[in-house]
Design a protein around this ligand. Structure first.
Ligand code: MN
Length: 220
């Protein structure tokens, strides 16, 4: 097959202990999955049905343990949201886990919420998803509990536990699969705990999830 344009490289994530990388097919995201974050956004955390949105695989900036993201256009209120990222392998079973930041143009998202318009411009842009290397589930076991934290310039901002998820990973996968078949290569952002906030050019975000290598994201 030849194309009328030179083909760009396929988005992929490094894998701990392997030279082969994990090819990204789709990026699914849970909008609200920790009660304390729902409350800080002015909502009421009820277990009704999870809400989903997606990002382009090309919005992902991937790195082993550190990446640099350029401050995006059209916002003056870029927020971090640290999240457990689940990577699906053969038969859409969990291949492994990574640490991610779901970057959000909060000012554009507020307008979208107010006007009932889609979230795409606030959630789906170049650099909107920072994702670490993936640690295979054989090395981590199933991640259900454990600390999830993000610091900005050394100051702790988000400090939660995976056990606080309203919908656990299996439930998130079941709901997503109910809408459209999950496929190998899909990754899932599973929601963020409380403490989200704005970052500026030059800020350094240190992310950690118990059982996974730390991940550093610098905003340039
Ligand atoms: Mn999020």
């Amino acid at each position: 097959m030849t194309y009328v344009l030179p083909l760009w490289s396929h988005p992929a994530l490094p894998v701990v202990g392997q030279t082969e990388t994990f090819p990204i097919r789709r990026v699914h995201c849970v909008a609200k999955n920790y009660g304390d974050h729902i409350r800080e956004m002015g909502g009421d955390p009820q277990k009704i049905k999870p809400k989903f949105f997606s990002k382009s695989a090309h919005a992902v900036v991937a790195g082993s343990d550190a990446v640099t993201i350029s401050y995006p256009r059209a916002t003056s209120d870029l927020h971090f949201e640290v999240e457990l990222v689940v990577a699906l392998g053969e038969d859409a079973k969990i291949f492994g886990y990574g640490v991610g930041i779901d970057f959000t143009k909060r000012d554009l998202q507020a307008v979208a919420k107010e006007t009932g318009m889609p979230w795409d411009t606030s959630k789906n842009f170049s650099g909107a998803a920072a994702v670490s290397q993936i640690t295979p589930i054989e090395q981590t076991g199933e991640l259900m509990t454990g600390s999830i934290q993000l610091s900005v310039n050394g100051v702790l901002k988000q400090d939660g536990d995976l056990a606080q998820m309203i919908y656990n990973v299996k439930e998130v996968m079941d709901h997503l699969n109910g809408y459209d078949e999950l496929l190998p290569g899909d990754i899932i952002f599973t929601g963020t705990p409380a403490g989200v906030g704005a970052v500026q050019k030059g800020d350094v975000m240190d992310c950690s999830i118990a059982g996974l290598p730390d991940f550093k994201v610098t905003l340039s």
